[in-house]
Design a protein around this ligand. Structure first.
Ligand code: SF4
Length: 349
């Protein structure tokens, strides 16, 4: 089968002990049944330690929510003692994500990981393909819809990465493609919404993010500080354009094809566009003395945003519902917010 992935993902390496927000902290880690069986059969002192540290097929986190096998050097004791092949499914895959469509497998590395976020923001978005052994993991889907979505995604990625198209205009064109595609899919009600655009729409969008379940305790105080600072934040700087184009491409690549199973192309694309807009606001709030936020800070902001949204199933579902129902996410309203956010002319929409 064919494996399709953004080129930069081939260079992904976990930075382990140098990671400032290790995925081995703060998350519940479920152990798949195959690995659980393997762990049950490990003998000796390490086997005892393994069994003492597992309850209900999850690792028992320490008081400060660390995986009990994450050592003080930031390295994994299971990896050190038993080798990579003994990691459970989640630990050996994360932050990689995969999706299967018949004879095609797609995947990449997620924005929620510090090392991956830096790759995503620093490299142009280019896809590559290679042959891999067959895997049977795909669900049933409509081939015709699949081809249409593939074309639509291709068009969106071309637009998002065309530097001759101003960033706001590019996001609006991406939304137009998604809207047209959604019309073909014909989910009743998806496109019928009252448009509501007023100056306080930006406040309303911030409010949506307050409603999510926080993953990290510092997230809500952080966005609340940004919300307050936003009216006096410097205007959008063109220096962020490459980052915004790459972030939006990541979201489009990762989510658009999921609509072959659930028909939510517009919802996923609005997610990509709102994410780009919201992250650009956070970049602006992170600017110091009118100096645009630097690369490291931008990658950190994008990583935190990803962790709080797409890496929590409930939060992602809540956002998709809001994007599909709230009047201020209706196409025309959202386009006005996009134009305003990137310093482009609202009147020209
Ligand atoms: S978040 Fe990424 S870089 Fe950090 S420990 Fe996990 S995989 Fe490694």
């Amino acid at each position: 089968m064919i494996y399709r992935t953004p080129e930069y993902c081939l260079d992904f390496r976990c930075i382990a002990g140098d990671c400032r927000d290790s995925c081995c902290k703060g998350w519940e880690i479920d152990i798949d049944s195959e690995t659980a069986e393997k762990y049950a059969a490990i003998s000796g002192e390490f086997g005892e330690r393994l069994r003492r540290s597992i309850k209900n097929n999850s690792f028992i986190l320490t008081e400060d929510e660390r995986c009990p096998f994450l050592n003080r050097e930031g390295l994994c004791d299971i990896y050190i003692n038993l080798g990579r092949e003994s990691l459970c499914h989640i630990c050996s895959e994360h932050p990689r994500y995969f999706e299967w469509f018949g004879s095609v497998k797609e995947g990449g590395t997620g924005l929620c990981c510090e090392a991956s976020a830096k790759l995503i923001l620093s490299r142009p978005f280019t896809l590559c393909e290679k042959k891999v052994p067959d895997e049977e993991a795909s669900g049933d889907y409509d081939e015709e819809l699949f081809s249409m979505l593939l074309e639509a995604r291709k068009a969106m990625l071309v637009v998002a990465n065309d530097e001759d198209i101003p960033i706001g205009r590019a996001l609006i064109q991406v939304l137009d493609i998604a809207e047209e595609t959604q019309q073909y899919i014909e989910i009743p009600g998806t496109l019928k919404r009252k448009v509501c655009y007023e100056k306080n729409t930006i406040k309303e969008i911030f409010r949506c993010f307050y409603e999510l379940e926080p993953i990290d305790a510092s997230w809500l105080p952080y966005i609340s500080k940004c919300d307050e600072a936003f009216p006096s934040a410097p205007p959008y700087s063109g220096e962020y354009n490459p980052y915004i184009r790459r972030i939006v491409s990541y979201f489009i690549f990762r989510y658009a094809m999921k609509s072959v199973y659930d028909g939510r192309i517009l919802g996923y694309t609005v997610f990509a566009a709102v994410s780009a807009v919201f992250i650009s606001w956070l970049f602006r709030c992170g600017a110091v003395a009118e100096q645009p936020c630097g690369f490291e800070e931008c990658a950190l902001i994008a990583k935190n945003y990803s962790k709080e949204t797409e890496y929590c199933e409930e939060n992602m579902e809540k956002l998709l519902e809001l994007f599909e129902t709230e009047p201020f996410f209706a196409s025309e309203a959202l386009k006005a917010v996009i134009a305003e956010s990137f310093g482009e002319n609202v009147g020209e929409i």
